[in-house]
Ligand binder design. Structure first.
Ligand code: SF4
Ligand code: SF4
Length: 222
C-alpha cells in the first residue's frame, strides 16, 4: 500500500494561513490502514487546528469528511458540494488524492496534510517499511521475492556491492543488506542459480525516469 505520514502541524497551519473555512477530507484506503489520513486522523487534526487558531485569535471553521478513495472520481463526485464550497480543501489522502481533487475541481484550492512516502507494508505494529519503487519491470521472480530496487540502497541488479557487514548494508548499518536477503531467500528455495544470471542493463524508461507513466488497457476501453 501507499505509506504516508502527517506533516507537522506548523506546516499545515502555514498552508491554511488566512483561510477561514476548511474541509478536511480523509481517505478510507491506504492512509486509513497506515493511520495517517483516515476518519480518526481527520477528527484529531480538525480539533488541533481549531484549538491552535482559537488560541491565536484567528478562529477557523472546519468540516470533516472521509471518502472510500480520494483517487477515483466517483468518490470525489459524491462530496462535490462540500469540496466546491470550502475555502480550502485539506486533503489527508496520499498525494494522488490531492492531485485528483486538483484535476477534478480546477477552481478549488487543495493542500496536502500528509507527506506521501513510499510503497510498503506494516512489518510490526507502528512500523512500516518500503518494499517497492514501482519500477515498471518487476524482477521479484528472479530474486526470491525480495526487491533489489527498493531494498538494496544502491538498487544494484547483479549482486551485492561488497560493502555488506554481517548482513547489514554499508550505506546504513541499521538496515539489512538487500542482497543478503535475496541470497538467503534463494538459498531457502534452492534457487541460488539465479544469482549467476547476469541481469542486462535495465531500460529505466519503465520507471519514473521515462517521465510520467500511463497504462492503457484497450480491452477495457471498448
Ligand atoms: S522490481 Fe520493480 S516492480 Fe518489482 S518490487 Fe522492485 S521496484 Fe517494485
Ligand atoms: S550493502 Fe547490500 S543493500 Fe547495501 S548497497 Fe551494498 S549490496 Fe546494496
Amino acid at each position: 500500500m501507499i505509506i504516508a505520514e502527517r506533516k507537522p502541524l506548523a506546516e499545515i497551519q502555514s498552508l491554511l494561513a488566512g483561510r477561514k473555512w476548511v474541509l478536511l477530507l480523509g481517505c478510507g484506503t491506504c492512509v486509513t490502514v497506515c493511520m495517517a489520513g483516515g476518519e480518526k486522523e481527520v477528527g484529531i487534526l480538525a480539533a488541533e487546528l481549531r484549538i491552535a487558531r482559537q488560541v491565536a485569535g484567528e478562529p477557523i471553521e472546519t468540516a470533516e469528511e472521509t471518502v472510500q478513495r480520494q483517487c477515483e472520481w466517483e468518490y470525489l463526485d459524491a462530496v462535490a458540494d462540500k469540496i466546491t464550497s470550502a475555502d480550502t480543501v485539506l486533503s489527508l489522502a496520499c498525494a494522488i488524492g490531492v492531485q485528483a481533487i486538483a484535476q477534478r475541481f480546477p477552481t478549488v484550492r487543495v493542500v496536502p496534510a500528509l507527506n506521501t512516502t513510499f510503497l510498503g507494508l506494516p512489518t510490526e505494529h507502528g512500523v512500516w517499511q518500503e518494499r517497492c519503487q514501482a519500477c515498471g519491470n518487476c524482477l521479484l521472480g528472479k530474486t526470491g521475492g525480495v526487491c533489489p530496487v527498493a531494498r538494496c540502497s544502491k538498487s544494484l541488479m547483479n549482486g551485492p556491492c561488497g560493502g555488506s557487514q554481517r548482513g547489514k548494508c554499508e550505506v546504513n548499518p541499521e538496515i539489512d543488506c538487500g542482497w543478503q536477503l535475496i541470497y538467503d531467500r534463494l538459498s531457502t528455495l534452492g534457487e541460488q542459480d539465479y544469482m549467476l544470471e547476469i541481469e542486462p542493463p535495465r531500460d529505466w524508461r519503465t520507471s519514473r525516469d521515462g517521465g510520467p507513466r500511463k497504462i492503457v488497457r484497450e480491452d477495457l476501453r471498448a
